[in-house]
Design a binder for this molecule. Sequence first.
Ligand code: URA
Length: 424
Amino acid sequence: MIEAKRDGKNLSREEIEFIVRAAATGEGMDREQLAAWLMTVVWRGLSIEETVDLTRAMAHSGTVLSLEGVPKPWIDKHSTGGVGDKTTLILLPILAAAGLSCVKMSGRGLGKTGGTIDKLESIPGFRTTLSIEEMKHQAVQIGIALGGQSKDLAPADGVLYALRDVTGTVPSIPLIASSVLSKKIAGGAEIIGIDLKCGSGAFMESYEDARKLGQTMLEVGTALGLRLSIEITDMDQPLGRMAGNLAEVQEAIQVLQGTESGRLTELCLTLASSMLELAGRDGNLAEQVLYDGSALKKFTIWLKTQGATADINQLVKMPLADHVEELLAPLPGWIESVNAGMVGEAVVDLGGGRRRKDQPIDPRVAVETLVTVGQQVEAGQPMFRIFASDQQSLTQAKASLDRAVTISNQMVNPTPLVLERMGE
Ligand code: URA
């Protein structure tokens, strides 16, 4: 099978099931062979049929959740990951306040992109280890349950993803599509909103690749009975002001309080209304529940139900790390780019993200981005505010941020946030 794929041949459903079984059980192929096969896929690709077979086999390599008993429609969202991406914290309360049931498994951050579980763990008392039964019970009670990725769900993906992470085989469209969709199928949802990030702070840096991934997900997801809405969105600059775990929770609360009105709010409303429409509801409900306070109320109930010991007023006042410094614009002009990847790297430098899977993180460090693309700035105007726990990491983060912004002497048009909507 390694040789067949190396030579550009297609594999049968049985062959792909054999490979997935080997990943899940350790029998039939060893790790070296699995890694070699992954590299042949990076080079040769998979047909849509092979990708469907791979996704189905990975989804069924462990437990497939049944959400029977939870009111329909069952909804889930996925972001391909980005810097400052706290949309889940805002989107789930909006969707639940609009009457949908969201049962979601989220991951931790790795590298420059953050993870929802790390963000939620910056809330004192918040429990992210819920059993499946607890998640279902909570979804019935309040419409939202969010826990860490269970090892029983799509275990073959867990093994293959870990191998990909260390063998340079992450960037493959069929491998990413099958990895994401298999976990969604195993999680039991029927309607999935996908926020497909594109730009320097994302897996897919080019628009062309993002479109190809979107098209593959759509074809594979539809073949396997999912209903998908996919938005390709800009990740060339950080999403919202804050990157850092506690700071992002605080910013999410401000959006839910209706006091933020930038690109983050726009993105959450766009994603929410697409998902509501896909579920047969009025897309305008998203704006309604955000601005009449019901989404904030849902968020408050959600925190309490999952064990938070601080309420939202206490959370927004919790101090960030106390070595604070601003980085100033060296010259006047228009902001041409803010490299999201470099902002993400700076957060990792500060200890707010991981370079290795088992690394602890510091929830109170953050980078606040004070400028957006297209904005006019004066020389000496603050562009970033850094919140560090010590001087050494502050110096390191400053070095990462130093080259993150380019300033033009001519007017720059802001980049659109939503580049394309795909799907139903
Ligand atoms: N996220 C996933 O879950 N899998 C991938 O392959 C890439 C991003």
